[in-house]
Design a protein around this ligand. Structure first.
Ligand code: ZN
Length: 412
């Protein structure tokens, strides 16, 4: 081996070994000037102590001998963001088209693309995502958890459930659980590109959501039309996705039943329209489909405006990130604040502690507090006064390990 190769090998060894050695074993103190705790409070000049992957203390002027200090003053620190509706296996192939089975890409290539999406998502400050969902998510989730693949924590439904008689539907729920699903995804209405009308009967919905509950799984339902949203809520399903055509009556119904509601503000529609050439001609990505998405944009923002004003409605944050949108998961936070009138702090709470609660992880994720997983990010600027700051994620820690630290303008 010549000398430059030796040097490169040594550098590689340092790069791969350092994060594990530093972040996992040594205690870390994150020094902050502004920190949002994810539950609605803004903290000034606190330190966050991280030990063994968890936050063990949030207090002023923490000292601990041997602890590594990371100075995040001048930025805004917050819990890692959570997106409860993504599709990390969706990507554009090397021909610049939306990847579909049969386009020539091998399963291994598709998994590499999914892995790149996971990395892009994590780098954008999203330390947890819910994928709704694909069979391949299982390996992606497990390799991230145990094999060192960089990516967010993944909760997945695996393949969605779309049809069948009630007995068959109950079987499918049991099968998903055996396959390793964390949640059940159900289609109760057609796609927005096909009008969004109810596609599953009340009886079918009761069978799926009832069985999910019996199996200890949450049930997350794709529903656009008002009647499909009502049917999902009345069937006892856990969460409604999309709901572009909801009226105040369905928002009130979800609030009274405690159903989680996950509407999208703009990213998913804009992403399809901006990448039209990459999707055009595949399935329902046709002239009519794109026109429907164009029409959905103002409706979606208006729906969120109404949802914000609906008392006791638990509105979580999910973007439905598909090919082209991974790593831009924060865009709907901007839309919610700038277009739909949500308060910046409420939008952040939605994407952190409220989302964690919807996943059943409210006691361990989504807050800057002792006992919580050390999923912590920093952004340049303060999102309370300039919401675009959520685009400028310059520091990401997941499970106590620093996975990104770009510094920020003005820092050394
Ligand atoms: Zn989706």
């Amino acid at each position: 081996m010549n000398r430059s190769l030796v040097a490169i090998a040594a550098l590689c060894a340092t790069l791969t070994a350092a994060p594990a050695a530093v972040a996992q074993d040594a205690a870390v103190i994150l020094r902050t000037s502004v920190a949002l705790d994810g539950r609605g409070a803004s903290l000034t000049n606190v330190d966050v102590l991280v030990e063994h992957g968890r936050i063990t203390k949030v207090a002023k002027a923490i000292t601990l001998s041997g602890a590594r200090v990371i100075d995040l003053r001048g930025r805004t620190v917050l819990p890692g963001l959570i997106d409860v509706h993504t599709h990390p296996t969706w990507y554009f192939n090397r021909q610049g088209r939306y990847h579909t089975t049969g386009d020539g890409d091998t399963p291994l290539q598709a998994m590499l693309a999914a892995s790149a999406n996971a990395y892009a998502t994590l780098s954008a400050g999203f330390t947890t995502i819910q994928s709704l969902g694909a069979t391949e998510d299982k390996d992606l989730r497990d390799w991230i958890n145990t094999q060192g693949v960089p990516g967010p924590r993944i909760i997945t439904s695996l393949q969605a459930i779309t049809n069948g008689d009630p007995d068959r539907l109950r079987q499918l729920v049991q099968q998903r659980k055996q396959q390793g699903a964390d949640v059940v995804k159900i289609f109760a209405s057609a796609s927005i590109r096909d009008g969004g009308k109810q596609s599953m009967t009340d009886e079918q919905l009761a069978a799926v959501c009832g069985e999910a509950k019996a199996q200890g799984l949450r049930s997350v339902v794709h529903a656009h039309s008002a009647e499909s949203v009502r049917a999902a809520v009345n069937a006892g399903c856990s969460q409604v996705e999309h709901g572009v055509f909801v009226t105040q009556a369905e928002l009130d119904l979800m609030a009274s039943k405690g159903t989680w509601f996950d509407p999208q503000c703009s990213l998913v529609f804009r992403n399809y329209l901006d990448n039209r050439a990459k999707y055009d001609g595949i399935g329902n990505y046709n002239a009519e489909g794109f026109a429907s998405m164009e029409r959905a944009l103002p409706l979606a923002a208006e729906g969120i405006r109404k949802a914000v004003a609906t008392k006791n409605l638990k509105m979580v944050y999910g973007t439905d990130a598909v090919a082209g949108a991974h790593g831009r998961n924060a865009e709907d936070i901007l839309c919610r604040v700038q277009t739909a009138g949500q308060k910046p702090m409420d939008a952040i709470v939605s994407a952190t502690s409220l989302n964690a609660a919807s996943l059943g992880w409210g006691a361990t994720l989504g807050a800057l507090a002792a006992g919580y997983e050390a999923d912590i990010i920093a952004v340049d600027g303060n999102p309370l006064t300039d919401i675009t700051a959520v685009r400028r994620v310059s520091f990401v820690m997941k499970g106590g390990r620093v996975v990104k630290d770009d510094g920020h303008p003005g820092s050394k």
